[in-house]
Design a protein around this ligand. Structure first.
Ligand SMILES: N[C@@H](CCC(=O)N[C@@H](CS)C(=O)NCC(=O)O)C(=O)O
Length: 291
């Protein structure tokens, strides 16, 4: 274990300076808007305000899967929210999500329009609205919801805990990395054991539980977040790797993971999505831009 810090917490914590590290500029100890800014509203009933992070990808995959199943009412506009510029603190965004985090959804097909925030709540709302991607019978529904909420409770240990201290903190703290690496490996083992006997997380059916879990744990074992696959020996979770590759083949997943994305290969990015044809236009633009 490396040297312990000499830091002694004061009696009352005060916000005096940025903590350093990636994203420190947007961290604040207070809620509420920092500036007035209305959100744009497009032509579809569903308006998504998001970014192509794992939490954002859950919702764009869900919407693209619903469309692939023929639910035309799931057509949506996806607006790009640049969280590193503090756009989640604009007044319009805070009206949709008082917690100032993407993803946030407005459903204008209801009167008055319905706001939904928290990615798990959005997945559940959409599954219930369209009667899709969630088992109907009580026992399987309970299993599906259990895994959905497992993801919502576990991911902060992966992102806010492990990912933060391994990849984003201004210096490496062995104690913190050890603590969260241990927990994330335990979570991967939970998932691996479940997927050893089940094709999908809830059994034979692909559900919102897979849609919630894949952008986090699938991305982790595929080395797409934190570059930590080797460190965590992600290859040893063979069933998670099998499931990750299987889900990556789905058309809804391939489309959904492009939406609101602003990093990676240009052909995998669709910064805003307002129509299904945007996927074709985006690829065409990229090809023309390169020639
Ligand atoms: N529990 C929330 C977490 C959402 C979340 O952490 N969003 C991040 C991006 S992945 C964000 O908007 N961060 C901006 C900020 O913290 O100011 C959910 O699942 O929707």
């Amino acid at each position: 274990m490396n040297e312990p810090s000499s830091y002694e917490p004061p009696k009352v914590w005060k916000w005096e300076r940025e903590s350093g590290g990636t994203f420190a500029n947007i961290n604040r100890p207070i809620a509420g808007p920092t500036h007035d800014k209305e959100l744009p509203v497009g032509k579809h009933p569903l308006q998504l305000y998001s970014l192509g992070t794992p939490n954002g990808v859950k919702v764009t995959v869900m919407l693209e899967e619903l469309l692939a199943l023929g639910h035309t009412g799931a057509e949506y506009d996806a607006w790009f929210i640049q969280i590193s510029d503090g756009e989640q603190f604009g007044s319009g965004f805070v009206d949709v999500n008082p917690n100032s985090k993407i993803p946030a959804l407005m459903d204008h097909s209801t009167s008055p329009p319905t706001r939904v925030f928290e990615s798990g709540a959005i997945l559940l709302y959409l599954a219930e609205k369209f009667g899709a991607l969630m088992p109907g019978d009580p026992a399987n529904r309970a299993e599906c919801l259990s895994w959905l909420f497992w993801q919502m409770g576990s991911a902060p240990y992966l992102g806010g805990g492990f990912g933060h201290f391994y990849a984003y903190a201004p210096f490496k703290i062995e104690y913190a990395i050890d603590r969260f690496a241990m927990e994330v490996k335990r979570q991967l083992d939970v998932l691996d054991r479940r997927l050893a006997d089940n094709q999908y997380v809830c059994g034979d059916e692909y559900t919102i539980a897979d849609i919630a879990i894949w952008p986090w744990y699938g991305a982790l074992v595929a080395n797409k977040v934190y570059e930590a696959a080797e460190f965590l020996d992600a290859g040893s979770y063979t069933h998670v790797n099998r499931w990750t590759a299987q889900i990556a083949e789905r058309k809804g997943v391939q489309r959904g993971r492009m939406v609101n994305r602003s990093s990676g290969p240009p052909e995998e990015q669709l910064r805003e999505r307002h129509d299904a044809s945007d996927f074709d236009t985006s690829t065409q633009d990229k090809i023309e831009g390169e020639s």
